[in-house]
Design a protein around this ligand. Sequence first.
Ligand code: F6R
Length: 263
Amino acid sequence: MEVILTDSASLAADAVANEILDALETKPNLVLGLATGSTPIEVYRRLGAAHHKEGVDFSKVHTFNLDEYLDLPGDHPQSYKYFMQEHLFDHVNIPQDNIHFPPSEGDNLVRRCREYEQKIREVGGIDIQILGLGSNGHIGFNEPTSSLKSRTRIKTLTAKTIKDNSRFYSDGEEQPVVASTMGIGTIMDTKRILLQAFGKKKAEAVRNAVEGPISSLCPGSVLQLHPLTTFFVDSEAADLLTMKDYYLATIRENDRLRAEGRL
Ligand code: F6R
């Protein structure tokens, strides 16, 4: 696991977006795993700008979103489909048929969750997965105590997640408490993971995920077993990390080796 201590969320967004754009140059049919929430918005803004200003082509890209609230239709402003449309899909040229969400309406959800996994396999797996981190350590909607090998399925949200996300709902508005989500096993199968975490309220989850024991109580901690994961954390989110000097030294040495053309 690589930990990048970033001076600002904006620098992290630059790095994440640039890695996606570089990958797109070598693989136009890139398969992206996408997150919603506040954290990735700036990355999506940069991808939209790259399309508009530099003509970057997304027409062969496939996307798979991590999660969606159960029974919120796509035109509901709090649905993740709506969020993605607003923040990314309206600003790039990804064909509608290439955009995928885990099933969240109708029946046969177990079977359709299996089909979601199948669709990911059919396009050759997810090349780059964008992740945020819940303040309780969740990734996707894999809440604490989720099976570390879980696949796409229906999950009930914890009271903490419901409270964290209540900021998006007005008083009296009904908030969903169940969602469909890629599993932890699904996320672990992705080839590259770029996780961003910003702000004080993520500090404990970042410490547990990066330096804690691998435990289903902090689902993000399983990323310690992923061969190619980078955590981008700002100073507030990094506050409780004990090995900050080492992470900084690693960045320094890697930059030096890269400048020497040896990496
Ligand atoms: C959303 C998702 C969640 C969020 C996490 C952080 O698709 O998968 O795991 O990444 O809850 O949310 P924000 O970014 O709003 O702090």
